[in-house]
Unconditional design. Structure first.
Length: 417
């Protein structure tokens, strides 16, 4: 106790080390007094610490003891040695990357230091254009049509007349689709200049009374249509109104009319993939403009089975084999069918297209014979693209809100055939 009073808290540690080194002994007969046993004391711990200061470390067991006693601790120190290198210069000069005209003129290129080329480095992005997902999917659909022997129709005209967009398709002038809330009409020029006069008269008569003066190069028999028509007054002024086409079938009607004017009939298979416009309420699945895919076949004595077989073959090339049909109504096709396919994610059949056979009231005024039929089907381009690229909102695919980063990084499209 007297030692602890004199040396403080370190007395207990010092006594423990002295007893361990046998420098002291305790005489219990004299009341526990301490007596010195060795006159020559050698402090090994002090020697080890002095060696550590000089960078000479004791064996690992002894070093661990010093760590446990918190006499030493491990620490990392970084040291640097600075010396003049081979490229040392009093003034720093930037290495040249190219030989310039000035270097050639003054001869400085001979002594200039050039930066070495890194042939493993990636080149700078050239900023080239990228294909939109719609264009990639469109190319796949186009390839399928061409493989099936179809001919692409020229659809590079967005403005059409009401005549070709509606009247030539035997769509009544009182139909709701012709209202301003569903169709974009052109303000200037508001009307077209010409419509084939003879054909216009036949279309007017078919609308009003259901029959017209049939016949033509391919229809010498000129049998009557035997239709009732719509029994209303048909307006030429209404037919001449210009509009943004609501479907590419307006182009199909013109192609069929030209085909009917040829001297001899030849079967044809047409397709188109282009933009159409409708005055619809914008939401996650609808826009005022979208792309329509359309295919049609014109030949003699076609039946509903030919239409169903052609549709099944077309969708089979898309990898869709479980196809079903449901009767529906279209103004210019009869019979008409909606096309459904089983959706694994939704667990139900979903509509993927529409189809039908063009009515005689549409084909006979053009000049086709009675035994000539035309089968057609169509679907949108946006819906399969959204499914392929897992896009939930159509506005993220097409329009001013599209992310340009998505356009640059979207993967290639390969439809399962």
């Amino acid at each position: 106790d007297e030692i602890e009073k004199l040396a403080g808290a370190m007395a207990k540690v010092g006594l423990s080390q002295c007893m361990q080194s046998k420098w002291l002994r305790i005489d219990k007969d004299q009341g526990g007094k301490y007596f010195r046993t060795d006159t020559a004391v050698s402090d090994a711990v002090q020697q080890q610490l002095s060696a550590v200061v000089k960078g000479d470390f004791p064996p690992k067991p002894e070093l661990e003891k010093l760590k446990r006693r918190k006499l030493v601790q491990a620490a990392n120190y970084k040291t640097y040695s600075v010396a003049k290198g081979p490229d040392y210069a009093p003034q720093r000069a930037k290495a040249a990357t190219d030989i310039t005209q000035e270097m050639m003129l003054d001869g400085s290129w001979k002594s200039a230091r050039f930066k070495p080329y890194n042939f493993a480095a990636l080149g700078q992005d050239a900023g080239a254009g990228r294909l939109h997902p719609l264009l990639k999917v469109r190319a796949q659909f186009r390839e399928i049509f061409l493989e099936m022997g179809f001919e692409e129709m020229p659809t590079n005209r967005f403005v059409e007349t009401s005549f070709w967009n509606f009247d030539a398709l035997f769509q009544p002038q009182a139909h709701p689709a012709r209202d301003m809330q569903d169709t974009f009409f052109i303000k200037d020029p508001a009307n077209c200049l010409t419509i084939p006069s003879g054909y216009l008269d036949k279309v007017k008569a078919t609308h009003e009374v259901g029959d017209c003066q049939t016949g033509g190069p391919q229809d010498p028999a000129a049998t009557p249509i035997k239709s009732l028509g719509y029994r209303n007054t048909w307006s030429e002024a209404e037919a001449k109104k210009n509009l943004l086409r609501t479907h590419t079938t307006a182009i199909s009607a013109q192609m069929l009319y030209r085909l009917a004017q040829e001297k001899e009939f030849s079967p044809k298979k047409y397709f188109s993939i282009d933009r159409v416009f409708r005055n619809e309420t914008l939401d996650a699945t609808h826009l005022a403009e979208f792309h329509q895919i359309e295919g049609l076949v014109v030949d003699r004595n076609l039946a509903l089975g030919d239409l169903m077989g052609m549709i099944e073959k077309f969708f089979e090339k898309l990898g869709l084999r479980d196809i079903r049909f449901k009767p529906t109504y279209n103004p210019y096709t009869e019979p008409s069918m909606e096309i459904f396919h089983w959706h694994e994610g939704l667990g139900k059949y979903v509509e993927i297209g529409n189809s039908g056979m063009f009515r005689p009231e549409m084909l006979r005024p053009m000049g086709f014979p009675e035994d000539m039929q035309c089968i057609a089907w169509g679907l949108s381009l946006e819906r399969p693209t959204m499914i392929l690229y897992k896009i939930d909102n159509i506005r993220d695919l097409f329009g001013h809100k599209v992310d340009l980063g998505m356009i640059k990084t979207n993967p290639i499209c390969r439809l399962v055939k």
